[in-house]
Design a protein around this ligand. Structure first.
Ligand SMILES: Nc1ncnc2c1ncn2[C@@H]1O[C@H](COP(=O)(O)OP(=O)(O)OP(=O)(O)O)[C@@H](O)[C@H]1O
Ligand SMILES: [Mg+2]
Length: 140
């Protein structure tokens, strides 16, 4: 997942750091790979030249936790609760420059819910954004 996006971050001179524990998780693989791809693509898209992205996977007692953190433009507290809505984009003007449809995160949220997981986001404008996905290792 990280490697497949390599050309995109190399283009922007973004430094990517990955700390991935080996683990096993019960999930629909194709769907879960859409989650990581969407989150990573967002980080690349909203992080300016020369920024940093860190991906970390940890095993917890009750499942796994994946964090995707970037040093990008960030999201204001006002916008934050809305980013998982379908078609929601903070900067609508960017659609003209091929910025995407605003569907990515709504899909991410659906897939995570389907796996009985959770997704949380923290962000500071101008400093960066971190998404944390937690997944149970087995469905109940
Ligand atoms: N890592 C991030 N840093 C800053 N803003 C973000 C980040 N991830 C998402 N956003 C904001 O949340 C909005 C919604 O994200 P989402 O992935 O749903 O849509 P998109 O990336 O604009 O379009 P699509 O995913 O359909 O190509 C984005 O338009 C952006 O404003
Ligand atoms: Mg997106």
């Amino acid at each position: 997942m990280v490697l497949a996006s390599e050309p995109q971050w190399l283009d922007k001179d973004i430094e990517v750091e990955a700390e991935l524990e080996e683990t096993v998780v019960y999930a629909v693989q194709d769907l879960m790979s859409q989650v990581w791809t969407n989150l990573l693509h967002n980080s690349i898209k909203f992080t300016p030249q020369g920024g940093r992205i860190a991906v970390r996977l940890q095993t917890l007692e009750q499942g796994i936790e994946v964090e995707i953190r970037d040093s990008g433009i960030g999201i204001t507290g006002e916008e934050l609760p809305r980013i998982f809505e379908r078609f929601y984009k903070v900067d609508k003007a960017r659609s003209a420059s091929g910025g995407g449809s605003g569907l990515g995160l709504s899909l991410v949220k659906k897939i995570v819910d389907l796996h009985e997981g959770s997704i949380n986001v923290t962000s500071r404008p101008g400093e960066g954004t971190a998404f944390v996905v937690r997944l149970p290792q087995q469905l109940k």
